[in-house]
Design a protein around this ligand. Structure first.
Ligand SMILES: Cc1ncc(COP(=O)(O)O)c(C=O)c1O
Length: 323
């Protein structure tokens, strides 16, 4: 196993506990893995990825880290906080509602408050772009990076959502963390979570390959070709782990819960957030974990999920304040 450097940002292991009331309501053995409680910058799955990526950035002498994403990105908030910890400038190209094929027909989250407020407190240099495709945003992020380089600053680039092989490696480790929290003779039948840029799913799929645990991502984005991106990410991770990569068909992804589009709250998602809050006192978010939990509910209803289930809470709660 190659040694991957890490800095320390989060409090791990994050808690794992049973959802007793929802288990009884739904006739499931339902558990929750609390990555909303990483103890870092209001929680979320990105803190894990940043431990590996920041170590790499520091090794490479980064003075500025440039990334991109939706304006209410949870990743940018956590990256901004990680940069504060290490005295690095964080810059991000952002747009309100990135779209792939066509503009969305309804509005997404607000362009202020929520994560934007936190980014501003952290001193993140936000470069706002009028809405367009992801490809356009990636090009704009490159302009941002080059403008810093033109001023003589050493720039480290991080792809959207922190989905590099290093980010996927962090989630391979997270899977091992979960394995260490349960009895060997009581593995989960399913792990279910919100999936988007892919390193959460790729890392977990590598960790649980060949076991009885099925890893299911509930997509926050409508594009079916994301599984090809996941396969590419898997090639980078597999190289580091010294094992064969996964292919696109190896990734179980449910696209039924995207609703009106990426970055736009859905009715099912909001109902699921309310149910989790009222039955368990836990907050989910409107773009990722709420839709993912709506997926758990819908699949359980259709008897497509059963047995011992781990719902992996990936965070995102600050966007509740930007609805
Ligand atoms: C709260 C939350 N959950 C899930 C995800 C998806 O994780 P990944 O990008 O690793 O697929 C994100 C990514 O932005 C997120 O912010």
């Amino acid at each position: 196993m190659p040694l991957i450097s890490k800095v320390s940002l989060i409090q791990a292991p994050t808690p794992l506990h049973r959802l007793n009331r929802l288990s009884a309501d739904l006739g499931l053995d339902l558990w929750i893995k609390r990555d909303d409680l990483t103890g870092f910058a209001m929680g979320g799955n990105k803190g894990r990825k940043l431990e590996t990526m920041l170590a790499d950035a520091i090794e490479q002498g980064a003075e500025v880290i440039v990334t991109c994403g939706a304006i209410q990105s949870n990743f940018i908030r956590q990256l901004g906080a990680a940069c504060s910890v290490f005295g690095i400038q964080c810059a991000a190209a952002v747009m309100a509602t990135p779209y792939e094929y066509q503009p969305p027909f309804v509005d997404g989250l607000r362009k202020e408050n929520g994560n934007v407020l936190l980014d501003e407190l952290l001193g993140v240099d936000l470069w706002r772009y009028a809405d367009g495709t992801w490809e356009e945003l990636y090009r704009y992020a490159e302009d941002v990076a080059e403008s810093y380089e033109a001023k003589g600053r050493r720039v480290y680039r991080i792809p959207v959502g922190g989905s590099s092989p290093l980010g996927a490696y962090a989630f391979w480790e997270a899977g091992r963390e979960l394995q260490g929290q349960i009895q060997e003779d009581k593995p989960f039948d399913w792990i279910v979570f919100a999936s988007s840029s892919g390193s959460t799913q790729v890392g977990l799929c590598h960790c649980f390959r060949g076991t009885k645990t099925k890893v299911l991502g509930i997509a926050s984005d409508p594009e079916p070709e994301i599984s090809e991106d996941f396969a590419e990410l898997s090639r980078g991770l597999a190289e580091r782990l010294g094992e064969p990569p996964l292919i696109a068909d190896d990734f179980r992804i449910c696209f039924d819960m995207v609703g009106p589009g990426y970055g736009i709250p859905s009715k099912d998602g909001m109902d699921a957030i309310q149910l989790m809050a009222r039955r368990e006192g836990i907050f989910l978010d409107p773009i990722y974990s709420g839709k993912a939990f709506a997926g758990v509910l819908a699949l359980a209803e259709r008897n497509e999920l059963s047995g011992r289930i781990c719902f992996w809470h990936t965070g995102g709660v600050p966007t509740l304040f930007a609805i």
